[in-house]
Ligand binder design. Structure first.
Ligand code: PHE
Length: 340
């Protein structure tokens, strides 16, 4: 009898229960009305009187072991079940963040779209440029101050002189060298100038160059194209004004102001109470630039313009300090949601 109880005890302790079905088999086998323990108890009457107390105690312990084992497995299994089946609808949602576009990217895309609509494609050129594309082909005389170390970041001096491009006008030259008119293209890109960083100036910024070459392109075409751009960008009430200016690669040349959208041209501290804000430089491509790039200036004419993307972004989003665009402060960047 004692042997029987011991083997049953160790049998119970080595049982493996992995699921509800196993648990039920266990219950029937040991704790059921026809189970091993019940039948053991009914055998108790055959035990000699002097042993009854001891064996009875052992049997009680056996039953306890079986019950505890059963309950322990039962709890474990029902815990698993609740994890799988129970969904806590009161739990707060898990936050996940999607990135946002940089304001410069947003405005650059918008500029590209506006010009795409009137047939301009996009072209690009290298940020590390040679003297020819950045200066010489664009009619900069050898002693022109823009070539000076103070403005230009030179990478290699001497025969293979290379520099970080100071403007996207270098892409004009590359496009004219490679394509035949009619040419209608814009060239967005980063440019570099050796300037002290302040709220109003930075050593790198972004430009979008525009170039239109065909037969009979006139200054009136340039003006109308720029007015179209200003009204698409700043709203249909926007006006432009052209002031005579000078660039070595355009003749005649102009600087273009747009009516201040912040004060509706009434005058504010952003437009310095003039009602106007400068946004770009432009002009008719100088015939010598056409010829230097392999386009016959007797047959073709064209216009070019170059605008500062930061400038337009400042006006559009009313951000005054240029430095914010490259500080990567997430609190600043998060505020610009895509309108694309
Ligand atoms: N490249 C000039 C600048 O950076 C802008 C410009 C482009 C002017 C094209 C005229 C024509 O200031």
């Amino acid at each position: 009898m004692k042997e029987k109880i011991k083997t049953l005890t160790s049998e119970i302790q080595s049982e493996k229960i992995e699921n509800i079905a196993d648990l039920e088999v266990f219950r029937i086998k040991y704790l059921g009305t026809k189970g091993a323990i019940k039948s053991l108890f009914s055998d108790l009457k055959n035990v000699a009187n002097e042993e009854k107390k001891e064996i009875g105690q052992m049997m009680n312990e056996l039953r306890l072991t079986a019950e505890n084992t059963y309950n322990a497995f039962k709890n474990n299994l029902s815990e698993d079940k609740s994890a799988a089946e129970k969904i806590d609808f009161s739990r707060p949602g898990e936050d996940f963040t999607i990135g946002s576009h940089h304001p410069i990217s947003l405005v650059r895309s918008e500029i590209i779209e506006i010009f795409n609509r009137i047939g301009f494609n996009v072209s690009e050129g290298p940020e590390i440029e040679d003297d020819w594309h950045n200066f010489s082909a664009l009619n900069f005389p050898p002693e022109h101050p823009a070539r000076d170390m103070q403005d230009t970041f030179f990478i290699e001096k001497g025969e293979n002189e290379m520099a970080l491009r100071t403007h996207t006008s270098s892409v004009q030259v590359r496009v004219m060298e490679n394509d035949k008119p009619p040419i209608r293209t814009i060239s967005p890109g980063r440019v570099y100038r050796n300037e002290a960083i302040s709220a109003r100036a930075h050593c790198f910024f972004h430009q979008v160059e525009g170039l239109y070459i065909d037969k009979n392109v006139s200054f009136a075409d340039l003006k109308q194209t720029l007015l179209y751009f200003a009204q698409e960008m700043f709203g249909e009430k926007a006006q432009i004004r052209l002031r005579p200016s000078y660039f070595p690669f355009t003749e005649p040349s102009a600087e273009v102001d747009v009516s201040c959208s912040i004060c509706n041209a009434k005058g504010c501290n952003v437009c310095k109470y003039t009602g106007w804000l400068e946004i770009l430089g432009c002009g008719m491509v100088d015939p010598s630039v056409l010829d230097a790039s392999g386009i016959d200036s007797k047959v073709y004419s064209g216009f070019a313009f170059g605008m500062g993307v930061e400038r337009i972004t400042q006006l559009k989003y009313k951000v005054n300090d240029l430095r914010m665009y490259s500080e990567n402060d997430i609190r600043f960047l998060k505020q610009f949601t895509s309108v694309l």
